[in-house]
Design a binder for this molecule. Sequence first.
Ligand SMILES: NC(=O)c1ccc[n+]([C@@H]2O[C@H](COP(=O)([O-])OP(=O)(O)OC[C@H]3O[C@@H](n4cnc5c(N)ncnc54)[C@H](O)[C@@H]3O)[C@@H](O)[C@H]2O)c1
Length: 443
Amino acid sequence: MNVIPVQNRRRFLRDATLLGGGFGVAPFLRAADPAKKYRTALIGCGWWGKNILKEAIASGSVKVVALCDVGANIREVAAEQVTDLNGDQPKSYNDYREMLEKEKPEIVIIATPDHWHALQTIAAVKAGAHVFVEKPTGHTVNESRAMLHAARDSGRVVQVGLHRRIGPHHVSGMNFLKSGAVGDVGMVRIFAHGGGGREKPSRNTDVPPGMDWDLWCGPAPKRAFNPKLHPGGWRQFLDYGNGQLGDWGVHWLDQVLLWSGEKYPRRVFSTGGRPVAGPAVNSATEQTTDAPDHQVAVYDFDGFTCVWEHRRFAENNAEKHGVGAYFYGTKGTLHIGWRDGWTFHPSDRNAPVVHEDSQLQEPDGHNLKLLWADFMASITEGKKAVAAIEIAHRSSVLPLLGMISLRTGRSLQWDGDREQIVGDPEASKLLSRPYRDGWVYPA
Ligand SMILES: NC(=O)c1ccc[n+]([C@@H]2O[C@H](COP(=O)([O-])OP(=O)(O)OC[C@H]3O[C@@H](n4cnc5c(N)ncnc54)[C@H](O)[C@@H]3O)[C@@H](O)[C@H]2O)c1
């Protein structure tokens, strides 16, 4: 997302209390054996990691045994919050490898920047843990494949944070589409727009005290520390994230796969750039982001076309919705959005507009409570997780292919069964990337 709200400690506690805190929990959120508390560790204790942990604690199904982050202050704040919520006194770790070895957690939550998801998920399932990892699965396609294979080999549950798969207004919007009420859908437009303009470089600074910046960068290229990068801003730096398409696009591409039942497109083409933000800067003294300030990606599926658009400038009142998906059908257009729920605009102008409000957990507008309950049900009852790694891998591949097309400037033919780009060795190379010395790309 564009704007990363700073997690306010009081708000965290208040919301957790409203949700049931660590004690009074809605019965349907409990694991099958309510007495069982899974030994749980969080890797990446930033904004979103704390949101997930809050829901995990509220479910009553976890004992928080470890918090791992490369920032000592970040770990401290998170530890205090956990103790306030349910009395647990988790151990604090800088390095996830040491944490996995010493604590042997049964559940690991991973909410680090995207360039870490693969290595940490693979290490966690190999250590025997069930994993709740954030989207997109990998920073490159072959990382995501390696996660999928490691998860399958381990037999552990791996749930990915695509909470829109289970969010009530998304589910009912999907049911509305599948009922035929929108008619034959030939085109889908998905988008996430925001404001912005020319980008001024920010000065590099010393690494904040207590932060292991080398381990933050890990397998990715090591940049100088810059407050624009951490926390949260890494999304718009292509060494660590994949811009708006990787961050937001994955949610809406996932909805397109959910609606259509398709597994992959035949062809992907993307274009975009930084005409407004200006050239990317990465010098010894200052940096800008380097992700595109706008981008269009076209996904050519059997039977329909899907177009992604984002723009980080020209916020306006002319376009009604800033985020979401329009499904264009022969009977009208369905918009599924975020806080604005879903709305069907019939082609017959005399027919009534149909609308359903969103149902989200605030302040951050998500459905992690339901996704966590589904994760626990997968562990305790063996049911298939709603955003299992097999599903989320397919959704995550789509933005990553869009980014390869943007980099090469070419349309990609995608063999989704073999997960290979056809007839383009240069683009195929970008399915993986070199790792920094000391780190091994997952096979
Ligand atoms: N599903 C959703 O709707 C949703 C919403 C927001 C964020 N997210 C995802 O959550 C993840 C985290 O996002 P965020 O906004 O909280 O970012 P953030 O930058 O606020 O937090 C990431 C944390 O990871 C830590 N970290 C970095 N390298 C580490 C390492 N090697 N070991 C341990 N900790 C390390 C950082 O110090 C930081 O505290 C991202 O993958 C993001 O895409 C998902």
